[in-house]
Every structure is written in C-alpha cells, then in structure tokens.
Design a protein around this ligand. Structure first.
Ligand code: NAD
Ligand code: MG
Length: 335
C-alpha cells in the first residue's frame, strides 16, 4: 500500500536514494516506512480452540519431578513457535524451574527477546535443563545453569547473588518453581508433604525476593507463578492451593513496598497447563486423561501460551503494572 504521508515525488526521490545507497539521515526513516508499507508483515491468525492438543491424553506418569522430554505429547515451550522482537534486549533474568514447563517457556521467550538467562532446577532435571541452556545459547545470549534444591534455605538465599555475579546484573526474578501433590483428604497429607509444598512454593519466594531486591535496579521486575487454585481451590490440592493463595497476597503486599524502589511485582495465575508437574504426582490419572477438558475451551494450555505474559510483565512496557495477577485459563473466569 502507498504511504500517503510521503508525497509521490518525494517517495520517488527516497526510493531512488535507497537504490543508490545514498539516503540522508533524515530520509532514512521515510525510506523504511515506504519499504514496510510495500511488504506488510503477516501475523497468522490462530484459532485458539483448536491450536493445540485436546484431551484425551495418553496415560502416563513419571516419578517426581518428571521430565518434559519424556512426556507424550511433548509440551510446546516455544522451541520453534516463539518469535522475539527485542523487548528484553540486554536484560538479565533468573528463572526458577526454568528447565521445563512454564519456566522453560519464559526462559526461551526471554532469550529470544534479547535477555541473558540463569535457570534454577533440581539436579534430577539435568536432561531438560541442558536443552534449555542450548536454546538460550542458540540465540547468542548468555545461559547460566544453577541446579539445587529450593527447600534448602542456603541455596535460595544465595541464588540471586550467584545469578547476579554470573550474568553481570539482575533485572528480572521469576519465582516459578512449584510442588503439587494431589491427596483426596487432609488426613492423607503428611508433615513432610506439607513442608515440601510450603518450602518450595512460598518460603522460596520469600528468600529469593529478599535476596534479589537489594541487587535489582529501578525498572526491575519480580514475577511469581501463582495458580487458579488461589481463587478456586481444587479439593484434592489443599496444601498447594493454600500456598498459591499466599503467593497472591505476598505479591500484592510486596508490590506496594517496592513502588518507591522502582521494582514492579506481579503474579501469573495459570489454569491447566500441560507440564511435568501434572504427570509426576500433581493430578490423578483420571484427571490427566481429561486434562484441560473441564475448561470452556475444552483443552489444556501449552506453556508457550503463557510466554507473552511473562515477557510483558518483565518488560518496560508494563511500567504501570504492579501488584496484579494475570490469569490464563482457557475461558474459566478467575477472581
Ligand atoms: P514443571 O514441573 O515443568 O516445573 C516446575 C519446576 O519446579 C520443576 O521443573 C523444578 O525445576 C522446580 N522445582 C520443584 N521442586 C523444586 C525444588 N525442591 N527445588 C528446586 N526446584 C524445584 O511444571 P509447571 O507446571 O511448569 O510449574 C511451574 C509453576 O507453574 C509452578 O509454580 C506451578 O505450581 C505453576 N502452575 C502450573 C499449572 C499447570 O497446570 N501446569 C497451573 C497453575 C500453576
Ligand atoms: Mg522440570
């Protein structure tokens, strides 16, 4: 389409200049506008209802914590489907649970948007983590692997400092790792399970945030992964839902504290997403079979479908967004 802001005689002159390779600085912008107008980029429309696999899913279970690489079908974390546009150029990010699932989708997207990324994960997840490290490096970005157990206070407390030292800064903390174990009754929840759920999901967020904040510049961003279970708790996820409710309150309070430090704090509340957490003790076999089928969209989310939310909340474009909870749950209203 012709660019009506440029008179045709001028456009001819600009295009002639481009052809001759002698455009002046002031004419360059117009030349680009004319080029763009000549060949508009196409963003393909996606049918959200049918974009990804629908249940039934094949029967499967893995010992905790599970590997994305052994799931059928393999989750889409954006390996080939996420395209960046420089929205996080030069940023330094630490993502817990960055080996698989939602954290992996965030890690791939951050690297494609120009960020250097440190991922934290359990040592058992090394095969998944290796793939993520390779994907980040394929973008020409720095990738740092920091395996360890978030139930250990020392590891949590030291993690932001290690990421800061290895990346040369820390602008973004994504506290995303989580533990979920279904139990039909409170009478079946052991002290050990209760401790694991709370240490992984909420203590770690506290330790990581407290250690990261002094290292973060104004403009920094903290993002925690909550859940729809914070608002509509599943009856078989009592301890898990309690931690997710705690994350929402923690984020809303911390956001207010951090306003005058220039650090934004938000949460993401996913509905059912196809990840290793679910098939390694997070859900009953029956629920896995029909995973996501209860949503209005009738399917599970894929991790890549959350990547744009993590990118937005980390980016400077979200400068007025803090203390918020962003949900993505296939049509199930959250709140
Ligand atoms: P996932 O299994 O791929 O990721 C969870 C990650 O947590 C693991 O990869 C592991 O690295 C990390 N982790 C767990 N225990 C740890 C420990 N003790 N020490 C260190 N790391 C540990 O599954 P996911 O679904 O991508 O989970 C990411 C987050 O999303 C979790 O907080 C989860 O509660 C949340 N979430 C998931 C869903 C869903 O349907 N998948 C829905 C709502 C919220
Ligand atoms: Mg994992």
């Amino acid at each position: 389409m012709p660019d009506d802001s440029i008179p045709s005689s001028s456009r001819r002159a600009v295009l002639a200049g481009v052809a001759a390779g002698i455009v002046t600085a002031s004419a360059t912008g117009r030349a680009q506008a004319a080029d763009t107008a000549a060949a508009p980029a196409q963003s393909p429309l996606v049918d959200p209802e049918n974009a990804y696999p629908r249940p039934p899913f094949p029967e499967q279970s893995q010992p905790w914590p599970g590997l994305a690489g052994k799931m059928t079908p393999r989750p889409d974390h954006g390996e080939t489907s996420y395209h960046g546009s420089g929205r996080l150029a030069g940023r330094k990010a630490l993502i817990t649970g960055g080996d698989s699932g939602i954290g992996r989708a965030a890690a791939i997207a951050y690297a494609r948007e120009g960020a250097d990324v440190a991922i934290a994960y359990l040592p058992q997840e090394e095969p998944d983590a290796r793939e993520v490290i390779a994907l980040i490096r394929a973008e020409g970005r720095k990738a740092v692997a920091l395996p360890g157990d978030l139930r250990e206070r020392k590891y949590c407390t030291e993690l932001p400092g290690r990421a800061h030292a290895e990346l040369g800064g820390l602008d973004i903390l994504v506290s995303n790792a989580g533990f979920q174990r279904h139990q039909a009754s409170i009478l079946d929840i052991t002290d050990e399970q209760f401790d694991t759920t709370f240490h992984t999901n909420i203590y770690a967020l506290f330790y990581l945030s407290r250690a990261a904040i002094p290292l973060m510049p104004r403009g920094g961003s903290i993002i925690a992964t909550a859940s729809v279970n914070a608002f509509s708790p599943s009856e078989i996820l009592l301890d898990y839902s309690a931690t997710k409710g705690a994350i929402v309150a923690f984020v809303k309070s911390l956001a207010k504290q951090m306003v005058h430090r220039g650090i934004r704090v938000n949460a993401v509340a996913p509905g059912p997403f196809w990840t290793a957490l679910q098939i390694s003790g997070g859900q009953t076999e029956e629920n896995i079979h029909n995973f996501g089928g209860e949503t209005p969209m009738g399917r599970a989310g894929q991790p890549v479908e959350l990547a744009p939310v993590y990118v937005l909340l980390a980016s400077s474009a979200a400068s007025y967004i803090t203390g918020q909870v962003y949900a993505a749950s296939g049509g199930t209203g959250v709140g």
